[in-house]
Design a protein around this ligand. Structure first.
Ligand SMILES: Cc1ncc(COP(=O)(O)O)c(C=O)c1O
Length: 463
């Protein structure tokens, strides 16, 4: 047996040692993947939009924990909440928790319509699992409809409604009676609902991992009307779009839509604690879990623990009191305008810019067949087609110390999803950095070749 690593030692492990431990004990493929684009750095401190590496270099986080750090890293009020419950029992299931009661009360105040009963868990996927179970238990129906290109998490139930076959294939058979439909297509939705045998439709108001896809105006409202007409529940997954991200507290407010079940996670924990929740109406809750007999059909050991709930109270308060939705709207307008100007300047490189508030995706052009194809036997072309976004993200990190990432379902899209406390100056300088990267690499061939060169160089340097 090797000696155990203490916390004090772990905090000072170097980049190489960490990579090596990942290779041996965690996930060798992931260590290789992050290493190949230089993303295997060691960050030691974070505050607001900034993070610092072990050498003291400052970076700006334009990824924002995929929407989990809306309030900024280590917001002082959120960190102080942990301190406030330092001596409280963190887990004590044989009691009612005043903190759970308070978070549920506050969620009822800020979520739309009659949403008011909350269940607490520890992640987005778990919130989705809970929502799917609730929908089946409340309606006594089985069918669940979801959208192509969606992302709802990777546990079995959530994966069963995640519209990307690459993630689903290795794990089949998945949950039965789940059906994918094209996102944005109301006719397809109506055909699928007409038989009145659908328990629920689950959707993201904007598809995040699918490449930041904003549905056509009126789509969500249309789905809500169809669900009411054909007696199905509408589940909206606001795990990524919630808590101010799109310029409203919840993205469904853009269309005045109230779901029957709302899934939350990510920034509910302020980037500090894992917290997930679903919120539903009293009617839906009572149909599923009303009465003592059914009250414990769905539970979670860590759900509602004191530290998570203290942090959730502070996280919600920060979002509301600092008006982060309004800040996201203003900074989002600035970023979208700047990115659209870049698209006009580099039409052969940027195919599309889309999003709302500070959930923004930039889709890169797939390179045309031609010189690159002939020179590389298609290799670099293929890399650029599949990983154009990753290549740009690698350069933004390498040259400008700006952290971005590509979307999970669409690696040709990088996203701009900084904490909502990002400043005008930080948005402006990031746009300038992207312009410089694009100017330097007017074709994806040189971008891909540059990355291949720098990765090879790095490998050689590492020996
Ligand atoms: C819309 C949406 N739902 C669910 C999830 C899954 O959340 P978690 O990774 O906390 O399980 C994500 C994660 O990115 C998401 O974007």
């Amino acid at each position: 047996m090797e000696p155990l690593i203490s916390l004090e030692q772990a905090l000072f492990l170097g980049r190489g040692e960490t990579r090596d431990l990942y290779r041996r004990y965690v996930n060798p493929g992931m260590a290789a993947l992050l290493g190949s684009v230089g993303f295997d750095r060691r960050y030691v401190r974070a505050s607001g939009v900034s993070v610092w590496d072990a050498e003291g270099n400052e970076y700006w986080d334009f990824l924002g924990g995929y929407g989990a750090v809306n309030q900024g890293h280590n917001h002082p009020r959120i960190v102080a909440a942990l301190e406030a419950v330092r001596e409280a029992p963190n887990l004590l299931q044989a009691a009612l928790s005043p903190l759970v009661a308070a978070v549920a009360h506050n969620l009822a105040q800020i979520t739309p319509g009659e949403l008011s009963r909350s269940f607490f868990c520890n992640s987005g996927a778990e919130a989705v699992e809970g929502a799917l179970k609730l929908a089946r238990a409340a309606t006594r129906k089985r069918r669940i409809l979801y959208a192509e290109g969606s992302f709802h998490g990777k546990s079995f139930g959530a994966l069963s409604v995640t519209g990307r076959s690459r993630y689903q294939e290795p794990f089949r058979p998945l949950l039965p009676e789940t059906y994918a439909l094209p996102y944005g297509d109301l006719d397809a939705m109506e055909s699928a609902l007409r038989r009145r045998d659908v328990a629920a439709v689950i959707l993201e108001p904007i598809q995040g991992e699918g490449g930041v896809i904003v549905p056509p105006e009126g789509y969500l409202r249309g789905v809500q009307e169809l669900c009411r007409r054909y007696d199905a529940l509408l589940v909206l997954d606001e795990v990524q779009t919630g808590f101010g991200r799109t310029g409203k507290l919840f993205a469904c407010e853009w269309e005045g839509v109230t779901p029957d079940i709302l899934c939350l996670a990510k920034s509910l924990g302020g980037g500090v604690m894992p917290v997930g929740a679903f919120v539903t109406t009293p009617q839906v809750w009572d149909r599923a879990y009303g009465g003592m007999e059914r009250a414990l059909l769905h539970t979670s050991t860590f759900g509602g623990n004191a530290r998570a709930m203290a942090v959730a109270l502070a996280s919600i308060q920060v979002v509301v009191e600092e008006d982060l939705a309004e800040r996201a709207r203003r900074r989002g307008e600035q970023a979208l305008a700047g990115l659209r100007a870049l698209q006009r300047q580099f039409p052969s490189m940027i195919r599309d810019v889309r999003g709302r508030g500070l959930l923004i995706g930039v889709e890169f052009e797939k390179p045309t067949r031609g010189l690159a194809e002939r020179l590389t036997g298609g290799l670099i072309n293929r890399a650029a087609a599949e990983f154009g976004g990753a290549l740009v993200a690698a350069h933004l990190l390498d040259r400008y110390r700006i952290i971005t990432a590509y979307t999970l379902n669409n690696p040709n899209v990088i996203r701009f999803e900084p904490p909502l406390v990002v400043s005008e100056e930080q948005v402006r300088r990031t746009l300038n950095a992207l312009r410089a990267v694009l100017e330097e690499h007017r074709s994806f061939f040189s971008l891909a070749a540059g990355t291949v060169r720098s990765v090879l160089g790095e490998r050689l340097r590492r020996g």
